[in-house]
Design a protein around this ligand. Structure first.
Ligand code: GUN
Ligand code: FE
Length: 434
């Protein structure tokens, strides 16, 4: 067996702070040791205790000025939109037509797609994100390119081909039948191959006919453990359009519900303009919602109501939603989440923020016990954060007496400069340039 250990301050969540209170939701080791055996976490604890159990010859990497945390989990992101981030001046529907669709057209070229996928993964890793639920484009080969790019890094990743058979340019539309066949072929090749999973991915209700949504539902019945990944109730004009296109549906979510698309492995991005019945159905079906604050502010979509989601006991994870979102960084995403909650007269607790970006994301994706924290038996995906990365961060963190305050300062001040190294299955997949 290959064994290695890391010594540093270590922090991870073990429970949902909304259920047990913030103090009981995490474990913090000011001087901790993490031991990894063949890619799996085999011990975690205070250095004083773990050192007694380790052989003297053991290779221990010591980071006295660091904080080790689990890899971040991004529950909603579009890899093909990496290079169109920061597109000026529009809200959702015009932004899709003016910027997004022309960009996604380029992914008919597989080599182009592979280049973007490689750079996308590097960008995730330099920001400390090790697992993501990812949109491809309508092109089958965009998803082959993505999954091929993940293979050498051995990351736990979920991706799917966009299903879109109307209200988009001709070169970006498929048909109910072709989308079913292409998705099926991708599932056969990639789903549950190593650490990879497939997500059936209708873009959103306006760009699929009822026939195509039925094809998506059929796929979900034909294989185990498939995800369903789409957008829900992001923008007011979008919601009105859905109501006009599907007059027989009770509300936006009902369009998906009528096509059997709600399940424990369904992840809906945004969910801003929801009625009580929609919250109830999301809750009853164990569906998850991705909270995407940088996107919701950038596209002027609205403010996600986290307290309502919590009241209904929804599974919530954080999403960057790049390229509608403006950063790959979970720190920057939590920074804007804090402000979104402030605008609704509440405070986003730092431990809860950290939970949402790690274990909460893992639970939303049904990957707890695999990733999301550093419990013994989980996969060794973790990040070494440098508490001295910039002069300001160094002096501000030196003042912190409690880990919650350290976390809060990081989520307000940190970015990729703080990420010293990122590990997947105990192997280094990113190291910051010094
Ligand atoms: N709704 C449908 N497609 C998209 C997309 O690409 N980005 C966002 N943010 N919302 C969408
Ligand atoms: Fe999105």
């Amino acid at each position: 067996a290959y064994i290695k250990a890391w010594r540093s301050a270590i922090l991870h969540c073990i429970e949902n702070p909304t259920d047990v209170g913030s103090e009981k939701a995490f474990e913090y080791y000011p001087d901790g040791i993490l031991v990894v055996t063949d890619g799996i976490i085999s011990a975690l604890g205070h250095a004083s205790e773990i050192l007694l159990e380790l052989p003297n010859s053991m290779d221990i990497e010591h980071h006295p000025e660091a904080l080790i945390i689990p890899g971040f989990i991004d529950t909603h992101i579009h890899y093909p939109q990496s290079d169109m981030i920061a597109s000026y001046g529009e809200q959702l529907l015009d932004w899709l037509n003016h910027y997004t669709f022309p960009e996604e057209s380029k992914f008919s070229d597989k080599e182009f797609a592979r280049d973007v996928a490689d750079r996308f993964l590097k960008e995730l890793l330099r920001n400390g994100t090790t697992t993501a639920l990812v949109f491809g484009t309508v092109h089958k080969q965009s998803v082959d390119a993505f999954f091929e790019a993940t293979e050498s890094l051995d990351l736990r990743m979920i991706c799917g081909k966009v299903m879109m058979d109307r209200h988009a340019p001709d070169d970006l539309t498929d048909t109910p039948e072709s989308s079913y066949q292409d998705s099926k072929a991708l599932i056969e090749t990639w789903h549950e191959k190593g650490r990879l999973h497939y997500a059936v991915t209708p873009r959103f209700a306006p760009t699929s006919t009822s026939e195509q949504l039925s094809a998506a539902g059929k796929l979900l019945t034909e294989y185990d453990n498939l995800y369903l990944h789409t957008h829900l109730s992001e923008n007011v004009q979008e919601c009105e359009w859905v109501q006009a296109l599907f007059p027989e549906s009770k509300h936006y979510l009902d369009v998906y519900d009528q096509h059997q698309l709600l399940s424990e492995r369904s992840v809906f991005a945004h969910g801003i303009h929801l009625c009580d019945h929609e919250y109830q159905r999301l809750s009853e079906t164990g569906s998850a919602v991705a909270f995407c604050p940088t996107s919701n502010l950038f596209l002027g979509s609205g403010l996600f109501d986290l307290s309502k989601a919590e009241f209904h006991k929804l599974n919530v994870g954080m999403g960057t939603d790049v390229g509608g979102g403006t950063s790959f960084s979970m720190f920057k995403t939590l920074n804007e989440a804090y402000k979104v909650i402030q605008l609704q007269g509440q405070n986003l607790d730092p431990i809860k923020s950290f939970y949402l970006a790690t274990l909460g994301g893992a639970k939303a994706l049904r990957l707890e016990h695999k990733v999301g924290n550093l419990a013994v038996g989980t996969e060794a995906d973790f990040v070494i954060l440098d508490k001295t990365a910039t002069p300001l961060i160094k002096t501000r963190l030196a003042r912190s007496k409690e880990i919650a305050d350290t976390l809060f300062a990081l989520m307000i001040l940190a970015d990729d400069r703080v990420v010293k190294a990122t590990y997947s299955m105990g192997k280094c997949v990113h190291r910051r340039e010094e």
